[in-house]
Ligand binder design. Structure first.
Ligand SMILES: Cc1cc2nc3c(=O)[nH]c(=O)nc-3n(C[C@H](O)[C@H](O)[C@H](O)COP(=O)(O)OP(=O)(O)OC[C@H]3O[C@@H](n4cnc5c(N)ncnc54)[C@H](O)[C@@H]3O)c2cc1C
Length: 406
């Protein structure tokens, strides 16, 4: 039997879903050719099969290790679906195409597994180039970077654990701080907001401290530096409330990208192995509730809190839309945006954009072989039964069953 609370919750959720209909495949597939929809169909069918993904990921990792050429097979398939190109210039057609449907681009240099100082410097230069690109192209409103693209993870871990650094390591960490500060400075000079991706909890404190410093310095005129909060962590709501209080006292904007979090298994395994309490909610409902609560908090405080709602979850997007309506926040309010990854959840991105909301796609780019870890993560993330792939596959199938060309 349903309790009054359950009934109320059910009615509320139904009302949210009525506000925006994400089943509209005409909008979602508007700018895709039949060949592209067929590619997406087969891709989602393959990544929806955990065994195939496991075998594929292992073979790909092996091919990378022995330097077997894989570009010829990846580039026209998975890479083309999930990435914008190998360089900023190559992303041009994707940027233009998204813009025609009212969707903006966040260029994300996604080369991973690079570990030398020259790699980090190269990534640093790429991030500065994405800021320049944004400064000259209205279709690119933000830049983004992943802190571990600029420094060794092991070094960040050592700093966070409070261990003493060698002289060489101190120089190395200073170079990292220098790179991050130069990105902040360039954001300030150009007025282009920059989002900083969130990492694993054992290095996130360092990232938080650094980003908080940049926010206090640069978020004076407008929300310029965005930290990312992973709402699968049970301490993040409190963190959001407390940081907002501190920022307000100093008269600066709080700016956050809210995500659920990408490293749940790793986090739990490490906590179990080292014998500390896992920082992650024990079940998905806890994460979902915290995510929606954080969105609500930001929307209620939108005068001086900017939020980028980074999710493929339809219900979270529907609730955000319903709350904006309820609070009288304009769809295109500059302090509220939605973001999804390229190649995923187009039915959400295209629909929200068509309704006038600020929507961005993260558009990863980089040499094919260096974005392989990113592609494997996307495939692994998409295998979950009833997850996003299932949803996208279902929408394509429904078009097929209506006799449309796909
Ligand atoms: C634009 C954008 C930017 C992103 N940036 C980052 C980033 O900087 N850092 C980062 O870590 N991730 C980032 N992500 C990935 C994100 O954290 C999620 O992994 C991904 O978006 C899936 O979550 P969801 O909200 O889309 O959808 P859903 O499919 O509703 O949620 C899946 C997520 O729920 C959580 N979850 C699942 N099962 C459980 C469980 N049993 N207990 C507790 N929690 C559970 C996990 O976080 C899982 O990823 C980004 C995603 C987007 C769209």
């Amino acid at each position: 039997m349903q309790s009054d609370d359950d009934q109320e919750r059910h009615e509320y959720l139904s009302a949210c879903m009525v506000m925006i209909d994400f089943n509209d495949t005409d909008i979602a597939f508007n700018d895709k050719s039949p060949a592209e929809i067929r590619r997406a169909y087969w891709l989602f069918r393959i990544v929806g099969n955990p065994t195939l993904v496991k075998i594929g990921a292992a073979m790909l990792s092996l091919a990378m290790a022995i330097r077997f050429p894989v570009k010829w097979v990846l580039k026209p398939t998975v890479f083309r679906h999930f990435c914008g190109g190998e360089s900023i210039a190559e992303c041009g057609p994707v940027i233009d195409r998204l813009k025609r449907s009212g969707i903006d681009t966040i260029l994300d240099f996604s080369a991973e597994g690079r570990a030398t100082e020259s790699d980090f410097e190269y990534t640093h230069q790429q991030i500065l180039m994405t800021i320049e690109k944004a400064a000259s192209d209205d279709a690119v409103p933000y830049a983004v970077f992943k802190p571990t693209g600029l420094v060794r993870v092991e070094l960040l871990e050592k700093v966070q654990s409070g261990k003493r650094l060698s002289g060489k390591e101190s120089l190395e960490i200073d170079r990292f701080y220098g790179r991050v500060n130069s990105i902040g400075e360039r954001a300030w000079e150009t007025g282009i907001p920059v989002m900083v991706d969130a990492e694993e909890s054992w290095i996130q404190d360092i990232v938080d401290t650094l980003v908080e410093g940049l926010m206090m310095k640069y978020n004076t005129r407008k929300p310029l530096i965005f930290n990312t909060l992973q709402m699968y962590r049970h301490d993040r709501l409190q963190y959001l409330r407390s940081f907002t209080g501190k920022a307000r006292e100093k008269g600066v904007y709080t700016a956050v990208k809210l995500v659920r979090g990408a490293y749940m298994e790793k986090e739990r395994e490490r906590a179990a192995e080292k014998g500390y309490a896992s920082p992650i909610f024990p079940g998905k409902q806890g994460t979902d509730d915290a995510f929606d609560e954080a969105v609500l908090f930001c929307l209620e405080q939108h005068q001086d809190v900017a939020v980028c709602i980074g999710t493929h979850n339809e219900l979270s997007c529907s609730k955000a839309v319903a709350t904006m309506e309820e609070l009288g926040i304009a769809a295109d309010h500059p302090h509220v945006s939605f973001a999804q990854l390229l190649g995923m959840s187009d039915h959400i991105s295209y629909k929200l954009a068509a309704e006038g909301y600020n929507v961005c796609k993260y558009v990863p780019y980089g040499p094919v072989t260096t974005v392989v870890p990113y592609l494997i993560r996307r495939a692994e993330e998409n295998t979950s039964v009833g997850g996003q792939t299932g949803r996208e596959l279902m929408l394509i199938r429904s078009r097929r069953s209506e006799g449309r060309r796909v």
